[in-house]
Design a protein around this ligand. Structure first.
Ligand code: ADP
Length: 490
């Protein structure tokens, strides 16, 4: 029980103290109730003893036939008062006294000697009363019954039994009870502390194991599969949390290393061109113009990348975004209108189709983020398509809004499909063809869609080209977008 050295503030001590107090109070209450009950049972025994004798005498006194059987035909009061007649009821612990109606003793059993019962113990009217009298013979329970005889005479029959014998029995009973209760109390104290100790032990062990796991050892686990109780569940939840933490730490490390790597290239180009400018810029106008162009292009790419990283960080921060009803047909129209110029310059057809019955698909979300997600998909489709068309279709499937962006471009390799939503991932084709990009666009799309409780998936189309599908939960029917939906999708 070394754990108790931790003081009364420890959970273990508090549980033990509360157990002990509760059980001690229970034991005390049981003790008091049993003590009172034992006294009642013992005194009931004494009372029954006086009743037996008292009712026997009363029966004889009120039945003239029986009186005759005593010897001769004297009136009952006289008959009972005859010397020796009361001895048949007396014993070393039972005393009998017959008083007249005024309380004057007519006769007593010989074992009473000079002692007489108090005249106050008789009931005032017909009936029976009980009282405890302290006499030179010891404490005596006196039963006094007032009788009215057929002859008109009145009698008080008093029967006493010595209580000291009953008290001795009661004392023995109470002593045994006290011993049992004290033993129980000691056992309860020991059991409470032992119980509290064993209840808290697994928690101690768990906190020790958890204490050994620091931020640099996130690969470790509490691993307590054999326990199926609350502590086992706590350990499993803790392990699951560790796994999530480890994954998130690893993701952050990967992000930082990828980001530094990606930032290094444009920075190196900018630096090299700045050095060229410094050395030759004054003398060679061609070098000056080329270097400046390179610096402008790389710094713009850098700004785009940093912007993308900020959007990604915002979407993945886990902070709640302000949500309002957003009409997806409007988002699609805006994204398509914005990309129209780029499509035209590449000679591509860009079309939007609204297959939603009634035309309106409303989701709860942040319109700027949703527009960014659609824009990224449309931009990619235009970027990776040289001939043909790019189409955006809005629809409803399985009670959710669907937004498909399809193109007739280079398509996505089977091997790349699993990775295209990873940060900084770019399929080989996009590198070799020197298509600009940082590999952040699809990661941003996925984060935004997840933030809105939706999913995004990519497919390689059988006819060539790719198809991306965003699925978003529809808003409750009562929600309606704050702006005009009438000018939505074409
Ligand atoms: P970026 O376009 O800046 O390279 P993204 O994250 O948007 O980065 O895309 C990641 C990669 O996925 C691209 O480099 C490209 O290889 C592939 N990809 C994305 N969209 C398409 C598309 N519509 N057709 C073919 N490949 C695509």
């Amino acid at each position: 029980m070394s754990g108790f050295a931790r003081g009364p503030r420890s959970l273990r001590s508090r549980i033990a103290i509360w157990y002990t107090l509760l059980l001690l109070v229970t034991i005390a209450v049981v003790g008091i109730v049993l003590g009172v009950e034992a006294r009642r049972v013992v005194l009931d025994g004494a009372r029954a003893a006086t009743d037996r004798v008292g009712s026997d005498i009363a029966r004889i006194a009120s039945n003239s036939e029986t009186i005759g059987a005593l010897g001769d035909a004297l009136p009952a009061d006289r008959e009972l008062a005859l010397p020796g007649n009361l001895e048949r009821w007396s014993s070393p612990s039972t005393f009998v006294e017959i008083d007249n109606r005024d309380g004057y003793p007519l006769a007593k059993s010989s074992n009473m000697g000079a002692v007489a019962f108090s005249s106050a113990s008789a009931p005032a009217k017909k009936g029976t009363s009980y009282s405890v009298e302290q006499t030179p013979l010891g404490p005596i329970l006196v039963r006094a019954e007032r009788l009215s005889l057929a002859s008109g005479a009145g009698l008080v029959v008093k029967v006493g039994v010595r209580l000291d014998l009953y008290y001795a029995t009661l004392d023995r009973l109470r002593t045994s009870l006290a011993i049992v209760l004290v033993v129980a109390a000691v056992a309860v104290v020991i059991a409470s502390f032992a119980l509290a100790s064993s209840a808290i032990k697994p928690i101690d062990e768990l906190s020790r194991k958890i204490g050994e796991i620091g931020a640099d050892r996130l690969d470790r686990r509490v691993a307590w599969p054999q326990r199926d109780d609350e502590v086992g569940r706590l350990a499993r939840s803790f392990d699951a949390m560790l796994a999530r933490l480890e994954e998130s730490f690893a993701r952050e490390r990967r992000f930082i290393s990828d980001a530094s790597h990606e930032l290094k290239t444009p920075l190196t180009v900018i630096n090299a061109n700045a050095q060229l400018l410094e050395r030759w810029g004054d003398r060679d106008p061609a070098i000056r113009s080329e270097s400046l162009q390179a610096i402008v292009a790389e710094s713009s790419a850098l700004a785009v990348m940093v912007n993308g990283m900020l959007t990604l960080a915002k979407a993945e921060s886990g902070d709640a975004i302000p949500r309002k009803p957003v009409a997806l047909e409007e988002i699609v129209t805006e994204a398509v209108l914005a990309a129209r110029g780029r499509a035209a310059s590449k000679g591509l057809t860009l079309e939007a189709e609204n297959r939603v019955p009634g035309g309106h698909a409303v989701v709860m979300g942040e319109p700027h983020l949703l527009r960014q997600a659609v824009t990224n998909l449309v931009d990619n489709a235009l970027k990776f398509t040289e001939r043909g068309r790019v189409s955006v279709a809005l629809g409803i499937a399985g009670g959710a809004a669907t937004l498909d962006v399809s193109d007739t471009g280079i398509g996505i390799d089977e091997g790349a499909l699993a990775h295209i939503f990873d940060r900084f991932f770019r399929a080989d084709a996009s590198h070799s063809r020197a298509i600009e990009g940082q590999g952040l666009g699809l990661a941003i799309v996925r984060s935004i869609v997840r933030l809105h409780g939706g999913t995004v998936e990519a497919q390689r189309q059988a006819t060539g080209g790719s198809r991306f599908r965003i699925t978003l939960p529809l808003a409750a029917p009562s929600s309606s977008p704050s702006h005009d939906v009438s000018r939505a999708a074409e």
